[in-house]
Design a binder for this molecule. Structure first.
Ligand code: ZN
Length: 133
């Protein structure tokens, strides 16, 4: 759990926004930034964002609901949201754990994700949902 990134303290209720400012989220982060990671699946490798997790109740859209676009592919399980104006990925409902959202750590107010240092890589190419039971 990460409660401070560079000089920025992670608040219990921390705001996140897309680049143009149309979309503003309020994240509940009582434990700070949880499980920040990169992922090498087909969408994340293109996106390049560092992602962390919150329960579904942990994201409230406070502005720009109408600006958000939904993108789905293949199994249509995960829901990837991005701003239709600036194109920035804000959050997604996870496929490996549909009770969680992943969110773009770079969207957090005042947070430079490069200050996180080493970030682990999630093996998205070999997604748990694609493995034989
Ligand atoms: Zn935007």
């Amino acid at each position: 759990m990460i409660k401070k990134v560079g000089a920025t303290r992670i608040l219990q209720k921390h705001k996140a926004s897309c680049h143009c400012g149309a979309v503003v989220l309020e994240l509940s982060l009582p434990d700070g930034i949880v499980d920040p990671r990169r992922c090498d699946c087909s969408i994340c490798r293109r996106k390049g964002a560092i992602v962390a997790s919150v329960p579904l109740s942990g994201i409230r859209i406070i502005q720009g609901h109408e600006a958000l676009k939904l993108y789905q592919f293949k199994t249509m399980t995960a829901k990837h949201y991005f701003c239709s104006t600036c194109g920035i990925y804000t959050h997604h409902q996870r496929r490996s754990n549909p009770n969680e959202y992943g969110y773009n750590v770079g969207c957090l107010e005042g947070v430079n994700p490069f200050d996180l240092g080493e970030v682990s890589v999630y093996d998205g190419v070999h997604h748990p949902s694609d493995r034989a039971p």
